[in-house]
Design a protein around this ligand. Structure first.
Ligand SMILES: NC(=O)c1ccc[n+]([C@@H]2O[C@H](COP(=O)([O-])OP(=O)(O)OC[C@H]3O[C@@H](n4cnc5c(N)ncnc54)[C@H](O)[C@@H]3O)[C@@H](O)[C@H]2O)c1
Length: 366
């Protein structure tokens, strides 16, 4: 019998096919994808044929997949609202779990996932692949080395001018829990907190807008994807947050799928510290003062031309790097990079922005 890690996939839609399945298939030396589950059986079957082992199992009920005791690792790749139920069930079944972002639709759900992780003593991580980009890695090292000094202002940016997702169930409030804030704001806030290594929010103010999603009809949207269905659009089209941390630092968060602006960019952070600042516009840029002159330094973070890909290389794609770190942790060869406790704080802050937007009041943390 093969001693490779046996993986089961729950949810065989967009992110499964765009990220997890290709990345896992690059790890064939240590992974067998033996089971695929989707409510839509054709999706599970198609993924099994392309990425699975010869006799890979196909399910429509995730509980059946979890009964397979040979499966050690489960990837939860379903709409946000189901992350908690599926992750808790998988942990209770003794599996290590990689769950897609956001960790959960609510902090209460995220807490249940942490508790299940503690009880099971299994690993849980969240799919924040932007941490594994080369620019993010360089910036993280610089932050850890204190090269920016004390970071006291940051901006988490997730702004699309027109980029309402039109596959999956993204504008469905009941299944996703929210719109661009929980969908793409989550990546930028995760990057920002990780760079600052600051997970202690004190208060949050937020505002959200439902101005364009419902109003603009196909033919007047200019969407980057196909036209969206404005009549069935149920979430905010933009949201903004102002977070004060316990140490006094502040973070602003901008998230939109549709906003009349040219200042676009997502999965980005901007950091301002006492020694230097950084942003991710036009590549990683460090702004600092050199010999009394305002200076911008741009580390070369793109893949160097002519360097062949090899496993473990620093030029690995973010998706492959994420998968590599995850499987190393499963095999006891390394630490998780994305700790679920950190993703829990991201979930708390995003939820507080929604709450503040609803009530018009600040939300305070203990
Ligand atoms: N990391 C990223 O950058 C990134 C990008 C896109 C999506 N995501 C996340 O991935 C998740 C899925 O998004 P997507 O774009 O793949 O959506 P999708 O709709 O394309 O795929 C989800 C699949 O899950 C299936 N499904 C739903 N409930 C199920 C259940 N209970 N059991 C089994 N299958 C079930 C659906 O039938 C569908 O095929 C979301 O949480 C989303 O936020 C992350």
């Amino acid at each position: 019998m093969s001693d490779k890690i046996k993986v089961g996939i729950i949810g065989c839609g967009g992110i499964a096919n765009a990220k997890h399945l290709p990345a896992l298939s690059h790890q064939k030396n240590r992974v067998d994808i033996v089971a695929f589950c989707d409510l839509i059986p054709e999706r599970a079957k198609k993924a099994a044929e392309k990425y699975g082992t010869e006799n890979a199992d196909v399910y429509t009920d995730y509980r059946e997949l979890l009964k397979d005791e040979s499966i050690e690792v489960v990837h939860v790749l379903t709409p946000n609202i189901s992350h908690c139920e599926l992750t808790v069930a998988a942990l209770e079944a003794g599996k290590h779990v990689m769950c897609e972002k956001p960790m959960a639709a609510t902090p209460a759900d995220a807490k249940k996932m942490l508790e299940a992780r503690d009880k099971s003593q299994k690993l849980l991580t969240i799919g924040y692949q932007n941490r594994y980009r080369q620019d993010s890695q360089v910036l993280k090292h610089m932050c850890e080395a204190g090269e920016l000094g004390e970071i006291y202002y940051a901006r988490a940016q997730a702004i699309r001018r027109r980029g309402v997702p039109t596959w999956g169930v993204f504008p469905n409030k009941a299944l996703q829990g929210g719109g661009p804030l929980i969908d793409i704001g989550t990546h930028s806030l995760d990057l920002t907190l990780w760079m600052m290594n600051n997970y202690e929010p004190q208060s949050v103010m937020g505002a959200s807008f439902e101005k364009l999603g419902r109003l603009l009809k196909p033919g007047e949207q200019g969407n980057g994807f196909s036209p969206w269905d404005n009549e069935d659009y149920q979430v905010e089209d933009s949201a903004f947050g102002f977070v004060t941390m316990k140490n006094g630092a502040v973070i602003t968060i901008d998230a939109s799928w549709a906003l009349n602006t040219l200042d676009v960019g997502e999965a980005m952070t901007m950091l301002c510290g006492t020694k230097a600042g950084a942003d991710m516009k036009d590549g990683l840029r460090i702004n600092h003062i050199v010999y009394d002159k305002q200076t911008v330094t741009k580390p070369e973070t793109a893949t160097p031309q002519g360097v062949a890909f090899f496993e473990g290389a620093s030029v690995m794609s973010a998706e492959d790097f994420e998968c590599n770190v995850w499987l190393d942790a499963v095999q006891g060869k390394g630490e998780l990079v994305v700790k679920p406790e950190q993703a829990f704080v991201v979930t708390q802050i995003l939820d507080a922005i929604y709450e503040s937007a609803r009530t018009g009041k600040a939300v305070y943390f203990d």
